[in-house]
Design a protein around this ligand. Structure first.
Ligand code: CU
Length: 182
């Protein structure tokens, strides 16, 4: 009887050891396949993380036009260098009091999605939705107002910028290219 129990205990021990060893690889494999883990591995852009030693690049942008048919930015291809700090100024040159504009920098290809979510965010949020696709944005400017924002250049690559005021992103949009290597 004692021997029998010993054997059972030994077998259970071996089983525990082998199953423990067998499970060792699994967490790693599962992590790589879980989308949330993949997202966690991607660097998240932080607009407030400014390197005090970085070179400063100024970007001046103007919003113009007084009807839904002629509103636009005066520049639709902004180019900056990676690793720099961007000082971007936006001036609203529209004169019609209903023409409110902002500058919202978004991940490439997400302009429509962000604009749609911006409408839902509403005027209290300046039509700027809180979502990962939005890197940085200015406040909504009334005609003749201007603003300057400072943010670190995102990783090298292509981005889009839009005005998130309802209906404006159709015409108020441009490309924001970050060139690698400074
Ligand atoms: Cu606008």
């Amino acid at each position: 009887m004692k021997t029998y129990l010993k054997t059972i205990t030994l077998l259970a021990f071996i089983f525990a050891l082998s199953s423990c060893g067998g499970n060792k690889q699994e967490p790693t494999q599962e992590r790589a396949e879980t989308p949330s883990d993949l997202m966690a591995e991607a660097p998240i852009y932080d607009a407030t993380k400014i390197d005090p030693n970085a070179l400063i690049q100024t970007v001046q942008l103007k919003a113009v036009g007084n009807t839904m048919a002629d509103i636009h930015y005066d520049d639709t291809m902004l180019v900056v260098k990676a690793g720099t700090t961007i000082k971007l100024s936006l001036e609203n040159l529209s004169t019609d009091p209903t023409m409110l504009h902002n500058f919202t920098l978004v991940e490439e290809g997400t302009a429509e999605k962000v604009a749609m979510e911006g409408v839902k965010a509403g005027p209290d949020k300046d039509y700027i939705p809180a979502m990962r696709e939005v890197l940085v944005a200015t406040k909504m400017l009334k005609p003749k107002e201007s603003v300057e924002i400072t943010f670190p250049a995102p990783a090298a690559g292509m981005y889009d910028f839009i005005c998130t005021y309802p209906g404006h992103a159709v015409r108020m949009r441009g490309k924001f290219r970050v060139e690698g290597g400074v």
